[in-house]
Design a protein around this ligand. Structure first.
Ligand code: FAD
Length: 497
């Protein structure tokens, strides 16, 4: 242990990462609860995108005491059952990555093993309740009765990122977080230890603390700029480095899913909210110029653009360490992977949950920082592999896609693909991230073929499995058809019904 107990936490940044961290730390119970101060600069502003999430955000909201109905109302949120991938495998083809398995286990095995055995993997979506509900624009929360088919899926949200930050800010301030506005112009380090001691703000103000959480966005003011932690650059694996973002007018239907449409050098997102649709185009600038990328985005809009398009620039990768001395980076300051599977807010949640678990109430201890780094590096690597997988297997002909197919990939991913093709086995390296159903959705959706299935799948007679699967598919279709339209469900909820 080094030094005294950690009583004062200072968070730098008031974007999604800053306010999520502030609220979570303010919810810690005594005697661990620190005092929390959040500093942000209105002049610098937030990145302001980040509208699609993963189901884990619900755990964060429950844990941080964020009431669902109020949250849905205040952030213009909609429900998300997964992602529809259009034109990824080849133009005109689509598939769905739903939050849930493809039916219940069959004789102790994941159902996809029987689908491989019977040669039915092309129709995988037929066994996905979230995919079927999404196809009909229906939504209903899953059942809590885990014997029910209706308990076999999950959901996340789409929301307006700036409204989410404002909502969290209100809750965090009510929970005791002190809010300071001003630009940090100097970071003072203790001469002997190198620990961060004080932040100096414009106008001769300063703030001291015991632990500093860097949520300063891509600037990485503390961890990157002040402490000089190098960036692990993954842009050779994930070369998309720019995005255009623009909201447009909504339509009558609110789809309960994100859409990702592949383009000549990247992909476009479409995220329906209650009051508008969020759109963006992620592309690799080495393969497409800014104007062509913007034109492709504008041409694909469903309605009138509601603001000037904004360009964002980024690089795939992460800082080599996330926790150094008394500084922990959470959010974009720690790293970024393109938002193909909506993973940035999930990484924020995971960073916060580790920080709370390893909170150095009794003093700084390098073992805590090492454990935090190990966890976050592994989390980033798992998501990196999953995202690269999307680019690896498609058959699009443009130079960008050819390059993505031919370039070397991380060994961990190469092994996973090889194992799957040889045995039908999906090996999960990071159990807290995307599980077997998610990998199956992407592998089969992109047309991967397994040359074998699990040997135990053959214990069940083929005809019995065929009947079982046909019945399961019918039940899923019927169940999806009984759900209410997504828009009606939201209206009922926000009106307090
Ligand atoms: C194109 C794109 C699309 C994305 N889509 C998704 C998505 O669909 N789903 C998802 O989960 N994530 C997505 N993300 C990521 C998501 O936007 C971020 O993870 C999230 O917004 C968190 O950002 P942040 O809080 O780390 O940083 P920011 O929002 O950039 O906030 C930084 C804060 O630091 C403050 N600051 C910086 N320097 C100083 C200073 N000197 N003094 C005082 N304050 C300072 C700023 O004022 C600001 O408040 C996307 C990102 C991009 C680029």
């Amino acid at each position: 242990m080094t030094g005294a107990s950690i009583r004062r936490v200072v968070i730098v940044g008031g974007g999604t990462a800053g306010w999520m961290t502030a609220l979570a730390l303010a919810r810690m119970a005594p005697p661990h609860a620190p005092t929390v101060t959040l500093v942000e600069s209105p002049e610098i502003g937030t990145v302001g995108v980040g509208e699609a999430t993963l189901p884990t955000i619900r755990h964060f909201n429950v844990w941080a005491d964020v009431d669902e109905r109020t949250f849905v109302r205040e952030t213009q949120a909609t429900f998300k059952l997964g992602i529809e991938f259009r034109d990824w495998r080849e133009p005109g083809h689509s598939f769905f990555h739903g939050f849930g398995d493809h039916g219940p286990e069959i004789a102790g095995l994941s159902p996809y093993q029987q689908l491989i055995r019977l040669g039915l993997t092309e129709a995988l979506d037929d066994w996905s309740l979230p995919a079927q509900a999404a196809r009909l624009d229906r939504f209903q929360p899953p059942s809590t009765d885990n014997r029910s088919l209706a308990s076999t899926y999950s959901y996340a949200y789409h929301f307006d990122a700036s409204l989410y930050a404002q909502h969290l800010k209100k809750l965090a301030i009510a929970a005791g977080v002190a809010h300071v506005q001003g630009r940090i112009v100097e970071v003072e380090q203790a001469r002997e230890t190198g620990l961060i001691a004080r932040l100096h703000l414009e106008g001769d103000r300063s703030i001291g603390g015991d632990l500093f959480v860097d949520c300063s966005g891509f600037r990485s003011l503390l961890l990157g700029q002040t402490l000089g932690v190098p960036f692990e650059d993954w842009s050779h694996w994930l070369p998309a480095d720019r995005a255009w973002a623009v909201p447009c007018a909504d339509r009558d239907t609110i789809e309960p899913y994100t859409r990702s449409t592949a383009g000549i050098a990247g992909w476009r997102w479409r995220i329906p909210l209650q009051h508008r649709i969020g759109n963006g185009h992620v592309y690799a600038s080495a393969f497409q110029d800014d104007q062509t990328a913007l034109d492709a985005l504008i041409q694909g809009l469903d309605g009138e653009a509601l603001a000037e398009p904004r360009q964002l620039r980024f690089k795939a990768g992460h800082r080599q360490r996330f926790w150094v001395g008394n500084c922990v980076a959470i959010g974009l300051s720690g790293g970024f992977l393109e938002p193909l599977e909506s993973t940035s807010i999930n990484l924020i949640e995971r960073g916060i949950s580790q920080l709370v678990q390893l909170f150095p109430s009794g003093g700084l201890n390098p073992v805590l920082a090492d454990e935090y780094d190990r966890y976050m590096v592994n989390a980033f690597a798992g998501i990196r592999d999953f995202v690269i997988l999307h680019y690896r297997l498609g058959r699009r002909a443009e130079p960008f896609w050819q390059a993505m197919r031919e370039q070397p990939i991380p060994d961990s991913l190469a092994e996973q693909i090889e194992l799957f093709e040889a045995t039908g086995e999906i090996s999960i390296r990071d159990p807290e991230s995307f599980g077997e159903p998610s990998w199956a959705a992407i592998l089969f959706g992109l047309g991967a073929r397994a040359s074998a299935h699990h040997p135990l799948a053959d214990r069940e007679p083929r005809e019995a499995i065929e009947r079982h699967l046909a019945r399961g598919r019918d039940l899923i279709a019927q169940h999806a058809g009984r759900m209410p339209p997504h828009r009606r469900f939201i209206e009922h909820m926000v009106q307090g019904g």
